[in-house]
Design a protein around this ligand. Structure first.
Ligand code: SAH
Length: 229
């Protein structure tokens, strides 16, 4: 189990105790809700979520809720980020694809666990902002690509792990094709106007194994690069 962050450690200091308390609560909430993987908890502890939220929402950075970002999208709820990351079983040798960069927060969390992360976003505004943030924070093993992740990203395939952070109405075949044998893909699957299930797919020599997990609500996975923004 990871140690509870010390007041004053790393992101806090004298005069920042409210922030430290917020961060301590943050980890306790994740643990209480069942996140048990120490490496995943450490990764969420390390990444400063306040850098990824819109400044107006800075005070809510460590609350366990999704928040709006530009282009009508959202930064996912920390519990869901932790849960999907845990289900993805990421190791230090893994080459990971994320579809739906958004703020870049999930990619930053993955970068602490994986060898490298390629993250695709269909909005130029979001892709550029995420790229700047990740550079500023020196997460050098993340590459943000502007494009349509529904079509896959063959140039960097195959991937050991694939995570989709927007709701898919059906399993995108190009992504299944780009998953390495033994690889795992985690995605929210279901209708765009209702709740979806997190689904975990494991590619084996005999085919695809599927597990249906928790209910969630994600913004839709849409085809094509966004024409505006
Ligand atoms: N992982 C993000 C949350 C993303 S919200 C974070 O940590 O902040 C979902 C994102 O998926 C949105 O930014 C949306 O624009 C993007 N998206 C939707 N369909 C896409 C597609 N086909 N290709 C790439 N990105 C897509």
């Amino acid at each position: 189990m990871p140690s509870v962050p010390k007041a004053g450690a790393k992101h806090g200091g004298i005069g920042e105790s409210a922030d430290s308390v917020g961060r301590m609560e943050f980890l306790l909430t994740l643990r209480r809700r069942g996140i048990a993987d120490a490496a995943v908890l450490r990764a969420l502890d390390e990444v400063p979520r306040e850098e990824f939220v819109t400044p107006n929402y800075g005070d809510a950075a460590y609350a366990d809720q999704a928040l709006p970002i530009d282009c009508g999208q959202t930064i996912s709820q920390p519990y869901v980020v932790a849960y999907m990351t845990e289900q993805l079983e990421v190791g230090p040798e893994h080459h990971v694809l994320e579809v739906g960069t958004g703020s870049g927060y999930q990619a930053a969390v993955l970068s602490r666990l994986a060898r490298d992360v390629v993250s695709v976003e269909r909005y130029r505004t979001l892709a550029e902002a995420a790229r700047r943030r990740l550079e500023k924070l020196r997460y050098h093993n993340v590459t943000v690509v502007l494009g349509d992740g529904l079509a896959g990203l063959p140039a960097n395939a195959p991937y050991d792990r694939i995570i989709v952070t927007a709701a898919a109405e059906s399993i995108p075949q190009p992504l299944v094709d780009e998953l390495a044998e033994g690889g795992i893909m985690v995605l929210p699957l279901g209708p765009h106007d209702d709740a979806q299930r997190i689904v975990k797919l494991t590619k084996t020599a005999d085919g695809i194994e599927r597990e249906d997990l928790i209910w969630v609500r994600f913004v839709p996975l849409l085809p094509g690069q966004a024409r505006e923004l």
